[in-house]
Design a protein around this ligand. Structure first.
Ligand code: C2E
Ligand code: MG
Ligand code: MG
Ligand code: MG
Length: 277
């Protein structure tokens, strides 16, 4: 089904599609138009390194700059993309945009910052992923350590063996890999031990109340300990208050991301972090 959908997407410019196009549901037509017209833009949420107290990375988060509806967030369109088998295509677009913007920042501000990109299962399982990334890094002259890929636990356990192969290849190229939304999927501690990943991102749902809820606090503490015990960095998502931030500092968390630090920002707003020495 996915391969078929990709084909449909890739023949959207051919004449035969026009008649077919009129039968497509409105949502699909809009999505295809959006992709064709490059209506998708990246926002960037800064990641604060608690050791250095500096912003040393950003997460790229896609938005749909819709001509009538304004800026739409992923929750409003990702499910449709998934249903249509088009999320791989969106991720490819996002990856390329992220590299292009990273190269632009470097030429403008002479400073590199790690850009983390979210990958859907389809994109992560694409046999061409590694080659695709390799050629993007060459094209935009980006040292591999400045690219990070975020995948979820569920993607990993669906096909443990090939996920492991892909991650090892990415790691050998010098690209970082992190586990997103940690704790919400089908976790298995044995896979964590074996995976050569760099970072674990504690899901926001554990952070929301952990400053006042004892069981959440216990879970967050254990996740930090677990990550460090396995030699991995740990980042807390969804930090919304000073209280949460200082508690995470105390617990030895390596990095944080959240509205209290910064919301996701449009490309130009990030310059303030890049000019800072
Ligand atoms: P995620 O990767 O876990 O990204 C974090 C989400 O939490 C973002 O939502 C971000 O805006 C939001 N967030 C950050 N800090 C806070 C906070 O302090 N409080 C609260 N309440 N929320 C916070 P966003 O941008 O709406 O993205 C939602 C999800 O959509 C992402 O979750 C990710 O799974 C997915 N996504 C975003 N961009 C892409 C993409 O390019 N490709 C793929 N495949 N998925 C994407
Ligand atoms: Mg993410
Ligand atoms: Mg996340
Ligand atoms: Mg999340």
């Amino acid at each position: 089904f996915q391969a078929e959908s990709k084909n449909i997407a890739s023949v959207k410019y051919t004449s035969g599609m026009q008649a077919h196009g009129s039968h497509l549901p409105a949502a699909e037509k809009e999505i295809r138009r959006g992709l064709q017209n490059k209506e998708f833009v990246l926002y960037f949420q800064p990641q604060l390194n608690l050791l250095t107290n500096r912003i040393d990375g950003v997460e790229a988060l896609v938005r749909w700059d819709h001509p009538e509806k304004g800026i739409l967030s992923p929750d409003q369109f990702l499910p449709d993309f998934e249903a249509l088998g088009l999320n791989g295509q969106l991720d490819s677009y996002v990856l390329k945009q992220a590299c292009e913007i990273g190269a632009h920042w470097y030429s403008e501000y002479k400073r590199r910052i790690t850009i983390a990109v979210n990958l859907s299962a389809v994109e992560f399982q694409d046999p061409k992923l590694v080659a695709k990334i390799q050629s993007l890094l060459v094209e935009f002259e980006i040292p591999p350590k400045y690219l990070e890929l975020e995948i979820t636990e569920n993607i990993v356990i669906t096909d443990m063996v090939s996920a492991m192969d892909t991650i090892v290849m990415l790691q050998n190229m010098g690209i970082k890999v992190s586990i997103d939304d940690f704790g919400t999927g089908y976790s298995s501690l044995s896979y964590l031990r074996k995976l050569p990943i760099d970072k674990i991102k504690i899901d926001r749902s554990f952070i929301t109340d952990f400053a006042s809820n004892d069981s959440d606090l216990t879970i967050v503490k254990s996740m930090i300990k677990l990550s460090h015990g396995l030699g991995k960095r740990v980042l807390a998502e969804g930090v919304e208050s000073e209280e949460q931030l200082s508690l995470l500092r105390k617990l030895g968390c390596d990095a944080v991301q959240g509205f209290y630090i910064n919301p996701p920002l449009p490309q130009q707003k990030l310059a303030t972090y890049l000019v800072r020495k």
